[in-house]
Write a protein that binds this ligand. Structure first.
Ligand code: C2E
Ligand code: MG
Ligand code: MG
Ligand code: MG
Length: 291
């Protein structure tokens, strides 16, 4: 009996591996055609000031596949990085997000910013600066309205050429943010040397800020440190009013999270922009804390 179950579990393991490999191959194949045939789209999540004023949006990739259904970027971005598809995909995201932001800039709100996530593979690519500048030029979006989000780990493992790219983009006026701050790296010395404007505190730190005094102290410390370095601070993953109030009190500059809105299609984002001309409405929309 014991012998049998050992043998069976080996076979099950083998079967699982086979299924997993097939799944991976299928995903890779579907991802390739989705990227090459432009079947992805972007949703936009509002970012507001602590007064509840709409400042801009973060562009987030959405992929609905005929075979695999809705696939999360948490799953397909690593695959896109592994296969090199992140290069054409990332270029498309930049183009699409800039084009949308330029349209809002022309017809809605002159100051609406657009944040775009950038993978370390994109940043390390020799054509990265050209890709960004081309997107700006072709869409007419002012460089100051584009904010590139890079994760800590992406910034740490970078070579000189990536630093040069960031400095060059900054000189053109492009804004730079550190995404998922606090999750990547233990040494903070790099913060001094990077040409970034904004630090985005990862939602892991915001999650229990209203119940855990330790979390609250940690976030307050992050905000103070960022301000000492003249960086703006965005809190990610703000899900309720209490969290928002604590962050406002701690001096956080910008808020993003389900408490304001999840990422929405462009038409819905446009509606946020339209009401944002009336301050009371945006306050209602944001459920913003009284400040
Ligand atoms: P991220 O850049 O940190 O984006 C924020 C993620 O948190 C988004 O997940 C967003 O939907 C989610 N989020 C926002 N507010 C809340 C909240 O209050 N509660 C919770 N639980 N979640 C919240 P999403 O869209 O699934 O994206 C996941 C990650 O995938 C992103 O994390 C980013 O690293 C990556 N990603 C998404 N789009 C792109 C892209 O165009 N290019 C690259 N390179 N990466 C992307
Ligand atoms: Mg991001
Ligand atoms: Mg993040
Ligand atoms: Mg993240």
């Amino acid at each position: 009996k014991v012998k049998n179950s050992g043998r069976n579990s080996f076979m099950v393991f083998d079967e699982n591996m086979r299924a997993e490999t097939l799944h991976q191959m299928s995903m890779e194949h579907r991802l390739r055609s989705a990227v090459l045939e432009n079947q992805m789209h972007l949703h936009y999540q509002p970012i507001v000031s602590t007064e509840g004023r709409l400042l801009g949006f973060e562009a987030l990739l959405r992929w609905n596949d005929a075979v695999h259904g809705d696939v999360s970027p948490v799953d397909f971005i690593p695959l896109a990085e592994k296969t090199g598809l992140i290069i054409p995909l990332g270029a498309w995201v930049l183009q699409q997000a800039c084009s949308q932001a330029a349209q809002w800039h022309r017809t809605g709100n002159k100051l609406m910013k657009m944040s775009v996530n950038v993978s370390s593979i994109q940043l390390a690519h020799k054509d990265f600066v050209t890709t960004v500048l081309t997107a700006l030029k072709e869409t007419g979006l002012p460089a100051e309205l584009l904010d590139l989000e890079l994760t800590e780990s992406a910034l740490i493992q970078q070579h000189d050429s990536s630093y040069e790219s960031l400095h060059l983009l900054r000189r053109f006026g492009v804004k730079l943010s550190i995404d998922d701050f606090g999750t990547g790296y233990s040494s903070l010395s790099y913060l001094r040397d990077l040409p970034v404007h904004t630090l985005k505190i990862d939602r892991a730190f915001v999650k229990d800020i209203e119940i855990s005094p330790e979390s609250r102290t940690l976030v307050e410390g992050m905000i103070d440190m960022a301000h000492t370095l003249h960086l703006r601070v965005v809190a990610e993953g703000v899900e309720n009013r209490k969290q928002m109030e604590i962050l406002v009190e701690a001096g956080c500059d910008e808020i993003q999270g389900f408490h304001i809105s999840k990422a929405v299609p462009a038409d819905d984002a446009r509606r946020f922009i339209n009401v944002s001309h009336g301050e009371p409405e945006i306050k209602a929309m944001a459920g913003a804390a009284k400040v």
